[in-house]
Design a protein around this ligand. Sequence first.
Ligand code: PLP
Length: 425
Amino acid sequence: MNEHVSSRSTKRAESITHRIASLALYGGTPAVPPGTVTPWPAPKKEHLDALAAVLESGKYHRVNHPIVADLEKRLAQWTGHWAVRAVGSGTAALHIALDHYKNRGHRVLTAALNWPGAVGPISISGLEPTFVDVELNLAGIKPDTASEMLEPGVAAVLTTHLFGNNIFAPSLRAAARARGVALIDDVCQSVAATTRVVDGDYIDSDVLALSGNGAKHLGAGELGFLLTRDIPLIEHVDEVSLTSSSRDSARIFSPNSQGYNYRPNVLSCSIADYRVKHLDQQLYERRANAAALWQGICHLPGLLPLFDPSDKHNSVLSFPLRIVPEELGFPSGPAARDLILKLLQAEGVPVWLWLTKPVFDYLPSTRGRWSDGDFPNTMMLLDTMFYVSEIAPPNDADVIRLYVDAFHKIWEVFPSLTSKLAEAK
Ligand SMILES: *Cc1c(COP(=O)(O)O)cnc(C)c1O
C-alpha cells in the first residue's frame, strides 16, 4: 500500500477515535456545563411577592379574592378576543367544554398522537373518542382524514396544539362548521394560539382550553382556563364545576350542579397574573432562542423540525425535532433517536422523549381497542421524535450556543459513530 495514503487514513482513524472519546457519553467533557441551564418554571422573587400578597389577604377563594376576576380580564385583554373563565386545570377546562357540546353527538375526533390528559375528559363526559392519524410537520390532526370522518354522530373535533405549534387546519374547521360539529382546541401548550395567529385573524374555534400548570407558559401551579365567545358555555362552567355558584358574593346553590369543584387556586392565579403581564416578553425570548437554535442546527443531516420555522406566532413551549434514521445510516425505528438522545443528554442538553405510545394505549377506556398499524405517521413520530425542553428565558443566546455546540459535536462523528457501533455489536 502507498505509505502516504496509509498514514493519512491512520491519522483520520485516530482523529475519529479521539472525537468519539471527546463525547461526554464516552467520558469527554460535556458541551453544556452542569448548572448552566435554568429549568422552567424559572422562579423569581416577584412570584414570591405575588404569593405573599394573597397569603396576607387571608382570602383564598375565587369568590372573595378579586385576583381571579382580574386575571380573567387581563388574559381576555391579552388575547383581544375571547371571554375567559379560570378553572382548576386545563383538563377541567376540556371536560367542561366537552360537557357543554356533548348533546351534538356521541363521538369526538381527536389525534392519536396526543396528551392523555386531553383525551381522558372525552370519556369523562360520556363521549367516545375516535382517533385520527397526525401529519408529520406539526404533529397535528390530519385535516383531510378528519374531514372525511365528520359523519353524523360526531359532536366535536378536539384539536390538540402540541409543543407551541399552531394547528390551523382551515379546511377541517370549515367542514366541521358546515355540519354543526363543535370545534374545541386544546391550546394548553400553545398559549399564543389564542391571539391573532391566522393571517391577522383568530382561529375559528368554539372554545380553547388553556393550562396554567408549572410546565406551561403561565407556570403557576394547578390552574386552567376556558376561552370562548359562547356565553352559555361561560355560564356552564359553574354548573359543572361549582356546588354553589356565588360569583357575586351571595351563595346560591345551583339546582344543576355536577359538583366537580374545579375552582381555580387563588395562589396560582397570583403567579399567573404576574406572568400574563410579561407574556409578550416571554414569548419573544422563547422565539428568539428557538430561531437561534434552529439556525445553528438546521443544516445537520437527518434532522427535521417538528414545528414550522416560518410561523412567527409559535408559542415555543418546547423545541421538538425528529430524526430521519436512514439519513444517518440507521435502520428505521427508534434506535437512532434513542442513541442521539443519550448522547445529547450526556452533553448536558435538556432533551427528552415524550410519549412512546399512541394516546389510546395510555387510557384504560380505549386501551386495546385501537390498532397501532392504523396510525403510521403517529408511530413514525413516536419512533423518531424528541424535544429540547429548556428553551425559555432566562436561558439566552449563550445557553443556546452551547446546545448548538453539543449537536455539532455529535453530528461530527456521524457516520463514523454508526460504523463503530456496528463493529461493536
Ligand atoms: C398540560 C396539558 C393538558 C392538561 O392541563 P392540566 O392543567 O395539567 O390539567 C392538556 N392538554 C395538553 C396538550 C397539555 O399539554
